[in-house]
Design a binder for this molecule. Structure first.
Ligand SMILES: O=C(O)c1ccccc1N[C@@H]1O[C@H](COP(=O)(O)O)[C@@H](O)[C@H]1O
Length: 217
């Protein structure tokens, strides 16, 4: 797989198994109570146990937290051995959590202009997505796209994933325009919030690779 894929917001064992079977690089578990994809640490542990770990060829586990405290992250890590923390918080808190937990940290950043693109090399990766809007009930998972040309000439300080409103129908174009090497999707491969479709996951992965072929020629 040339373009790496993360499927986020998994709540069911069968969806974890579909991700593992299709060879996605990362699966995301949402620990934000306001999300329709929220899972408790106990539910996450069951999902984690349903598929091979990364050292046995399974996907890496990414835990998504919105403005978390150290206590919330530590209590979650006690139940489920996450590989990466995807954080919606400020840089200082994220860096402190990285040192406290000794985990890889990806920062999520909404981008409206090139000036919003991060330059800090302290993090292990970035999720680059649509900026929040007034009235949003959560900072992501809303199926909203942004101007993909913004990242076209960006010299990223760390590996990054393009996110926000990606679907099997637009992912090839998104990869082509943004020049990303990795994509992240939640709502675009769902039958309804939290319920993934194995068929849409398969289509999404296949189409994401089509975008890569064009810009690598
Ligand atoms: O998925 C959620 O419910 C969610 C809640 C809070 C913050 C982020 C969330 N999801 C992340 O948002 C992006 C884009 O999602 P979508 O494909 O537009 O639905 C992705 O990184 C999800 O992991």
């Amino acid at each position: 797989m040339q373009v790496k894929v993360k499927i986020c917001g998994l709540t069911r064992t069968e969806d974890m198994q579909a991700c593992a079977a299709t060879g996605v690089h990362w699966v995301g578990l949402v620990f934000h109570p306001a999300s329709p994809r929220f899972v408790t640490p106990e539910q996450a542990a069951r999902l984690h146990n349903a598929i091979p770990t990364a050292d046995k060829g399974g996907p890496l586990r990414v835990g998504l937290f919105v403005k978390p405290t150290f206590e919330q992250v530590a209590a979650t890590l006690n139940q489920v051995p996450l590989d990466i923390l995807q954080l919606y918080t400020d840089e200082k808190t994220a860096l402190t959590l990285k040192h406290q937990t000794n985990k890889k940290v990806w920062l999520a950043r909404g981008v409206a202009r090139t000036e919003d693109l991060p330059s800090d090399t302290s993090f292990d990766g970035y999720i680059i997505e649509a900026p929040s809007q007034k009235g949003d009930t959560r900072p992501g998972g809303l199926g909203r796209t942004f101007n993909w040309t913004l990242t076209e000439h960006w010299h990223a300080p760390a590996p990054w994933l393009l996110a926000g409103g990606l679907t099997p129908d637009n992912v090839a174009q998104a990869v082509r325009v943004s020049k990303t090497r990795a994509v992240d999707v939640s709502s675009g491969v769902e039958e309804r919030p939290g319920i993934k479709s194995a068929l849409l996951i398969e289509k999404f992965i296949k189409n994401s690779q089509k975008g890569a072929c064009v810009h690598q020629e």
